[in-house]
Structures are given as structure tokens and as C-alpha cells.
Design a protein around this ligand. Structure first.
Ligand SMILES: [Ca+2]
Length: 480
């Protein structure tokens, strides 16, 4: 480094400025001024911060505690290290360092920086009267007088649209919802409500995301409170220092306008860095998103969501949510049963098979017997035939359609050989009249005798070949 600095004075500042502006040198030493070499050592190394800078802090090396002790500016800059080298970190918001004066023995050097918030320094290049490198006696941290323009949240120029439905929650989880909090999809959005104002009264959704606070636009939650006036809070779970670990939650509520308050279980360094600690918000640590961004310019949003409660009695409809330039809306899906009935002549009589092809539980009755089917479920009901191989079959699809017919099984022609037809036939749907149903469903294999053994044999060889009667129904079921 010493060689570098000596060379620097020869090759001139212009080249270094060129390197500097080109980005080849960033927070590293740009040039040094060694007072032993430029003859300006009248103050014994006691030189001030250079022009266009202001003293932020001065730290003296203290041998007794083996540390740098602040003479001034301890709240704005921290300095750690040893007598040969150290590092500085700016604590003060919207403040950067453009120079450090390093003093050792009767010598001092000025090291410049590209308006950084942290950096390092050492005693390279310093000389005492004996020509040796002295220990550092103190450092002056010099702040840039160029005003720092804090970043602001960039509003979204384009919003993408995402539709949330019960079958596709788009990554939102509801696990933070407590026992006395509820949600349901309704025609115009997502109804959220709580039963009381207990600690279990909470409805909360979260979704993992990753976008910078600066680029996330202004979050919005379109909510219609009815009848309870309580309003859910927008929530941003944030990694404030962008080190990969979330540090706290900002809550935005209409009652506080654009002010977002920090939850109490957030990290201490976030609380300490809050834009405001005054009262009148949701907690003692709060500010606008622009203000939070100014203090934590690297903040990244890791989760988005909302929470009603806990401890709040509320009822209303979220019509949309906007986070990270994405507008989320809600779609209520039709929940209905779709029951199909078929019949086959079997060994035990006429077997009616009911299958629910819908996405909700439904019920049909077969000859007065209620049959309740979950979505996707199949059940059978067998009706005994009379001496003429006939059975009255009545399938009631609960208020929409009734199929009713006397079904007569064909005993077949003996010998156990399957008879035609060999493939099922659809005989009707809910839109057809029951007069299209056949009075007779041919069966196969059995003899005229109703000898049980013969019927068993017939069933074994001919199972599955028969006419079907079929019905459909859509039974709307409203989710409770
Ligand atoms: Ca963090």
C-alpha cells in the first residue's frame, strides 16, 4: 500500500479519479496524503476533514482497553479494530462517508471513499520520525456533504392479475387463522369474520413472495365492512437488512392512513431504526413506507397477507388485495353434487349404483332409502325382484328429477352363456322423461328357474352385461 500511495502521487489524481469513476475502485483507498511527503505537517498530523466533508466522528485508539473510543459522534459511526487497522460503520440514517483522516505519531493521511456507509482503514503509508510505520492514534470519519436522496417506493406501472379460488389458493396459506376466525368465498370476494373478540378471533392469510420494498408499489386492500366495522390490516413480513432472515412485520391499517406500524415481536435493530417513535400509531415504531425504505433501503418483502384480529370482532368482504404490483381477486367456485344412477340385474335382484361425479356431497333416495355420497363416492342399493323377475325402482334426486320404472330382468335362456346386449346402454339423463326408461332390462345367463344356484352361476359368467338406467342431477350445496 505504501508503494501504491507513493506511486499515486506520481501518476496523478486524474488517473485515479478515472479508475474511481469507472468502478475499478469503489470503497477502497483512492489516494492518500502523507504529510511527511508533502511537507504539510505543521500540525504534527492534526489535520481536519478535507473540503466538502464534515466531521461525523472522531475515535482515539485506547491502549488500556485495546479499542477505539469515541471522542465524538459515537451515535453516528462505530469504529472497531486495532492500532494497525480498523473498520467503520455508519449508523446515522441517510449519511455516507467520503474521507477518513488516519493519524499516527506526527503523521496523518487522508483516505477518500465513494460515499460509503462502511469501510476499512490502516496505517500503511504513515511514517514516524524514525522512518517506521507508527500505530494509529486516532481516526476522523468525514461525512459527505452531498445530500443523500433517500429512495422512495416506486409505484407500479403495470399490475398483473391473479385469481384466488378455493381449489387454487395461489400460494396463500391460512394456518394463522384461529378457531374463532373464518373465511369463505362469496360472490363478490372473500368474506372474513370472527365470532367474538377473544384471542382466538383471528383470520389471517399469508403468501411467500420476494420483492424489494422499493419496487413493490403501494399495497392495497379493498374491503367492505358489514356489519362489523373492524377492518383487517395489510401485512408485510420484511427482511429489513436483506440478509435472508425476516426481521419484522409492518402493518398497514386505514385508520393510520399511510403510516405502517411495526409489530412488537420484530427485531430490536428494526425498532431502533424506525422512522418515528411517537404515539398515535399501532405501535411505538412506525412510519410511511417511504420512510421505512429510507432507513432500510435494502428491505425485501418476504410474505404478504392480511389479518383481522386477533381479539377483534369483525365481518366483511375483501374484494381485492394488491401487493408487489399484483392484484389478487377472488372467485367463488360452484360446489355441487352430480349424481349418476345406473341399474343392472344381478344375482340378488336389481342393483342400483349411484356415483357422485360432482365436487360436493349430495343425497339421492332409492326406493325411499337415503343414500348420501361424498364427492367421487360410489354406493350400491340392491332391490329384490318378485316372482316375475320384476322390481319397482324409484330414484329420487332430491327435488330435481325422479326416475321411476318397473324393471324386469330377463332370466335368459339357460346354459350360463351371456346374452346380448354385451355393452351398457345409456337410457336417459335428467333432461329426458322417464317414459324413455325401459320396462325391462335384459339380463343374461339365468334360467327360468329361480334356483339360487343357477342364478349364482349366471351372475358369475355374465356380470356386467346389462342395460343401464341413468340419471343425473346437480345438487347445489352451499358451503357452510
Ligand atoms: Ca434480516
Amino acid at each position: 500500500m505504501k508503494r501504491f500511495i507513493s506511486m499515486a502521487s506520481k501518476i496523478g489524481l486524474a488517473l485515479l479519479v478515472s479508475l474511481f469513476s469507472s468502478g475499478l475502485l469503489t470503497s477502497a483507498v483512492a489516494y492518500g496524503t502523507n504529510n511527511n511527503h508533502n511537507g504539510n505537517n505543521a500540525g504534527g498530523g492534526n489535520i481536519d476533514c478535507p473540503a466538502n466533508t464534515t466531521l461525523l466522528a472522531k475515535y482515539n485508539w485506547d491502549a488500556s482497553t485495546a479499542s477505539y473510543i469515541a471522542e465524538s459522534g459515537a451515535a453516528d459511526v462505530t469504529v472497531t479494530g486495532n492500532p494497525g487497522a480498523g473498520t467503520f460503520t455508519v449508523v446515522k440514517a441517510n449519511t455516507t462517508v467520503s474521507a477518513v483522516v488516519v493519524k499516527g505519531s506526527g503523521d496523518a493521511k487522508v483516505v477518500t471513499y465513494a460515499n460509503v456507509t462502511s469501510g476499512s482503514f490502516d496505517n500503511n503509508g504513515l511514517q514516524n520520525n524514525g522512518g517506521n510505520t507508527p500505530a494509529i492514534s486516532n481516526v476522523k470519519i468525514c461525512g459527505s456533504t452531498t445530500p443523500v436522496v433517500p429512495p422512495t417506493v416506486v409505484e407500479c406501472s403495470v399490475y398483473s392479475s391473479v385469481v384466488i379460488s378455493e381449489s387454487d389458493m395461489q400460494g396463500f396459506t391460512t394456518t394463522e387463522t384461529q378457531a374463532n376466525g373464518h373465511w369463505k368465498f362469496v360472490t363478490d370476494g372473500l368474506r372474513i369474520y370472527t365470532d367474538d373478540n377473544s384471542s382466538l378471533a383471528k383470520v389471517a392469510w399469508y403468501k411467500a413472495v420476494d420483492f424489494s420494498l422499493q419496487d413493490g408499489g403501494t399495497p392495497d386492500l379493498e374491503y367492505s365492512a358489514n356489519p362489523d366495522p373492524a377492518v383487517p390490516g395489510k401485512q408485510l413480513v420484511i427482511d429489513f437488512d436483506n440478509d435472508g432472515t425476516t426481521d419484522g412485520i409492518l402493518v398497514g391499517e386505514p385508520v393510520y392512513g399511510n403510516d405502517w406500524w411495526l409489530t412488537n415481536n420484530s427485531a430490536q435493530f428494526v425498532k431502533d431504526g424506525a422512522p418515528s417513535h411517537t404515539g398515535g400509531s399501532g405501535s411505538a415504531n412506525h412510519g410511511t413506507l417511504d420512510q421505512w425504505l429510507a432507513n432500510f433501503p435494502d428491505a425485501h418483502v418476504k410474505f404478504i397477507g392480511f389479518s383481522l384480529g386477533s381479539g377483534v370482532k369483525g365481518d366483511g368482504v375483501i374484494k381485492s388485495m394488491t401487493f408487489g404490483c399484483v392484484k389478487y381477486t377472488f372467485k367463488k367456485e360452484v360446489k355441487e353434487a352430480n349424481i349418476v344412477a345406473s341399474a343392472i340385474c344381478s344375482i340378488n335382484g336389481v342393483t342400483v349404483t349411484l356415483t357422485n361425479n360432482g365436487n360436493a356431497t349430495g343425497t339421492a333416495t332409492v326406493n325411499g332409502q337415503d343414500v348420501t355420497l361424498l364427492a367421487g363416492e360410489t354406493k350400491e342399493v340392491t332391490i329384490a325382484v318378485d316372482a316375475n323377475y320384476s322390481a319397482a325402482v324409484k330414484v329420487d334426486f332430491k327435488g330435481t328429477t325422479i326416475y321411476e320404472a318397473t324393471v324386469t330382468c330377463n332370466p335368459g335362456h339357460g346354459g350360463g352363456t351371456p346374452q346380448t346386449p354385451q355393452t351398457p346402454q345409456t337410457l336417459g339423463t335428467s333432461t329426458t322423461s322417464q317414459t324413455q326408461l325401459p320396462a325391462t332390462i335384459p339380463a343374461t345367463g339365468s334360467t327360468e328357474s329361480r334356483n339360487p344356484l343357477m342364478i349364482v352361476l349366471a351372475a358369475l359368467v355374465a356380470y356386467g352385461a346389462a342395460y343401464f338406467l341413468q340419471g343425473r342431477i346437480d345438487l347445489a350445496r352451499k358451503r357452510s
